[in-house]
Design a binder for this molecule. Structure first.
Ligand SMILES: Nc1ncnc2c1ncn2[C@@H]1O[C@H](COP(=O)(O)OP(=O)(O)OP(=O)(O)O)[C@@H](O)[C@H]1O
Ligand SMILES: [Mg+2]
Length: 261
């Protein structure tokens, strides 16, 4: 890891979201640094997805602020941006990898078009260039070039997830959000996908926020982790430290019950 930048990419302050009387997440604050991968872990219902959706501007929080450092170096509150600016950010600087690839892909257009579409969104117009880059990216996620004209509905679950990753990374985003990226896959496919993700993230110097309920995934992919319970962050630190020497009793329980399986 090479974090040579001396300002955070994302600064999150006191973020909270309620659903009526129920807490989705509460009082979450942290900084994310360039090139850093942060895992958000916790049991089902602990608020991981709610928080990720708030951070990625898919769900407006009712408390706190989220500031993002743009390519121009300016710190901007993402919820103070105009809708068009925010959408541009999501198409270009940010990526979002859904747990279910069908939510992040267009299932009835070709694999090549799924990747090419993101390039067109950032202004690429030359058909040959777009197709060439799409094929290159399919290769990087280990999808054979002769599948470029196939629709993702003809792909396996693991291939769909790799296609979704290619679609997100082709524009060289600076920050990628992922919600259980390996969630629906069987174990051997998960392991390969994680390996691939880890090397792409490192190679591109990406920052990422990855939601997972799987501590082994957090161990493999993240530098830092936050443990959530009942919507709140109860422990936050370097991944190895949290997993090897958990401070909060709840984290101790989580680590002992899961890692010994
Ligand atoms: N749309 C909604 N309306 C009402 N309550 C919601 C809604 N979405 C989430 N919640 C509640 O907010 C809390 C946090 O849910 P969230 O989906 O963020 O958890 P999670 O950690 O992602 O869980 P999982 O691991 O099962 O995906 C839960 O109590 C949940 O019931
Ligand atoms: Mg969730």
């Amino acid at each position: 890891m090479n974090i040579d930048d001396d300002a955070p990419l994302l600064t999150v302050n006191g973020v909270g979201k309620r659903y009526g009387n129920r807490i989705g997440c509460a009082d979450v604050s942290f900084d994310l640094w360039p090139g850093e991968v942060l895992a958000i872990v916790g049991e089902s219902g602990s608020g991981k997805t709610t928080l990720l959706n708030c951070l990625s501007t898919r769900l407006e929080p009712d408390a706190g602020s989220i500031c993002y450092r743009t390519r121009g170096g300016e710190m901007r509150d993402v919820y103070q941006m105009r809708e068009a600016e925010r959408r541009f950010l999501m198409r270009t600087d940010w990526g979002f990898v859904h747990q279910n690839p069908a939510d992040g892909l267009r299932m009835t257009v070709s694999a090549g078009a799924n990747v090419g579409e993101r390039l067109m969104a950032v202004g690429e117009r030359h058909y040959g260039d777009i197709r060439g880059k799409a094929i290159d990216w399919l290769g990087r996620v280990e999808i054979a070039s002769d599948r470029v004209d196939d629709q993702p509905r003809a792909f396996s679950g693991g291939m769909r997830q790799r296609l979704q990753i290619a679609r997100n990374l082709v524009t060289h985003p600076r920050l990628v959000f992922m919600d259980e990226p390996t969630g629906g896959l069987d174990v051997s496919v998960q392991a390969r996908l994680l390996d691939l993700l880890r090397s792409l993230v490192a190679e591109l110097g990406l920052s990422a926020i990855v939601v997972t309920h799987d501590l082994a995934v957090a161990r493999l992919i993240s530098h830092r982790m936050m443990v959530m319970k009942d919507g709140r962050v109860i422990e936050h630190g370097l991944t190895d430290r949290v997993l090897d020497d958990p401070h909060a009793p709840y984290t101790q329980l989580l680590v002992s019950s899961i890692l010994q399986v």
